[in-house]
Design a protein around this ligand. Structure first.
Ligand SMILES: NC(=O)c1ccc[n+]([C@@H]2O[C@H](COP(=O)([O-])OP(=O)(O)OC[C@H]3O[C@@H](n4cnc5c(N)ncnc54)[C@H](O)[C@@H]3O)[C@@H](O)[C@H]2O)c1
Length: 389
């Protein structure tokens, strides 16, 4: 495998522009391609502004910022990507579109060029299947915004060669990122393990157990999360957040653990997408009054423990099914989701047996498969934190 010296980024939206900036700052020659010249223009401006800001803050010298900017070429011709050692695709999240692009790329690039996809929810294996040399395809899942988020999930498709996977992983380290290995399963690590943070909070709301302000208060003030689930869903936008939940639910053959909520669907249907439209769970319009939380600690901890137990169970189950190691899951949730601590670390602190009791209590109450305890968590409760999967 050749050393990676030049990178092409296909798609210059939020992710593509950020990835191009990261690559250029790391010293790569970068070509950015997009079908939209307006998007290319926006990317050029936002990268230049970001680099200027980094120089002003002293994170880069002015010369380094200018050199990084000069290393990036913007183009509306896919042919200009042909000499790249690595192509990172960050176009719209549509399988047919991505497959078509990979066929077009393969017809242009060298035999040993690595083709990476930044997909969040599609199967890397399905994208790779569009290629003649599918072993050159790998998943490189960056987080938004790529220059600020250290985490990158590296995903081996069924076809990916070990050499390609290792090269991609090492390259991310050399770019100053923190790569983690994730199996090619729906949501990889982060978009799977985070589901209960939203799903169980919605369930508490839908059942009338607590209101959103109280749930957000408990999760921030007691459990230490930066944002409560409802404030965070409003921030992400219900178009994005609901769609991810729906896609994970469908991809897991309707596993009830990932069941979407009608309440969130209704917000989406109403166009109340969250902060960006001025209304979501909360009302952000001028003069609107935020609902007050009932700040009662005992009730607050009941809320936190239920959501935390579901998160820990999800982390344990992801490990049980070989999606990722415990260390990588804990890194992924702290770096990719800004959780106050890793979920395995939390399980160790709380005691796996206590988490199991909480889940078994919920299962007894509801008799729903949603609350089934992961076999790994049960083993951890019996054999200790290092129980093998
Ligand atoms: N936004 C996020 O938070 C996030 C995080 C991780 C991964 N992703 C994934 O990254 C990818 C891009 O997401 P985004 O948020 O940057 O999208 P975006 O809509 O901001 O940008 C996509 C860009 O791709 C361009 N494009 C579309 N089809 C193209 C084609 N055939 N060839 C070249 N350019 C094309 C569009 O013109 C647009 O500029 C998606 O697969 C998404 O799932 C997004």
């Amino acid at each position: 495998m050749n050393e990676i010296r030049s990178v092409a980024v296909v798609g210059s939206g939020a992710m593509g522009a950020g990835i191009a900036q990261v690559a250029a700052v790391a010293g790569q020659q970068v070509v950015v391609f997009d079908v939209s010249t307006a998007a290319l223009d926006r990317a050029r401006k936002s990268i230049a502004a970001n680099l200027k800001k980094l120089a002003e803050k002293g994170r880069l010298s002015t010369a380094e910022a200018l050199e990084a900017e000069a290393r990036i070429v913007f183009t509306a011709s896919l042919d200009d990507c042909s000499s790249a050692d690595l192509v990172i695709e960050a176009i719209a999240e549509q399988l047919d579109m991505k497959k078509k692009l990979f066929v077009e790329l393969e017809a242009r690039v060298a035999a040993d060029t690595i083709l990476a996809t930044n997909t969040s929810s599609l199967s890397v294996t399905a994208i790779a299947a569009a290629c003649e040399a599918a072993e050159r395809v790998v998943g490189l899942h960056f987080f938004n915004p790529p220059p600020l988020m250290a985490l990158v999930e590296v995903i081996r498709a069924v076809q990916t060669s070990e050499e390609v996977a290792q090269t991609a992983y090492s390259l991310m380290e050399s770019w100053g990122k923190r790569p983690v290995w994730a199996k090619d399963t729906p949501g990889f690590i982060v978009n799977r393990v985070a589901r209960p943070f939203y799903g169980e909070a919605l369930r508490l709301l839908d059942e009338g157990i607590a209101d959103m302000a109280t749930i957000d208060w408990a999760m921030t003030k007691l459990a230490g999360f930066r944002m409560g689930p409802f404030a965070l869903m409003d921030y992400i936008g219900h178009d994005v957040n609901y769609k991810v939940t729906e896609s994970v639910f469908a991809s897991f053959y309707n596993d009830p653990r990932y069941k979407p909520s009608f309440t969130q669907l209704r917000l989406l249907e109403a166009g109340h997408l969250g902060r960006k439209t001025g209304r979501g769970f909360y009302d952000y319009r001028e003069g609107a009054v935020m609902p007050a939380a009932t700040e009662e600690e005992r009730q607050g901890w009941l809320i936190c423990n239920r959501i935390l137990a579901m998160l820990i169970n999800e982390a344990a189950d992801a490990c049980h099914w070989g999606v990722a190691s415990r260390a990588d899951i804990d890194l992924a949730v702290t770096l990719g989701l800004n959780y106050p601590k890793g979920l395995f670390a939390w399980a160790a602190e709380w005691g796996a047996a206590n988490v199991v009791s909480q889940l078994d209590y919920l299962y007894e109450q509801y008799r729903e498969d949603r609350y089934r305890c992961s076999p790994l968590l049960r083993r951890m409760a019996k054999e200790g934190a290092d129980a093998v999967r």
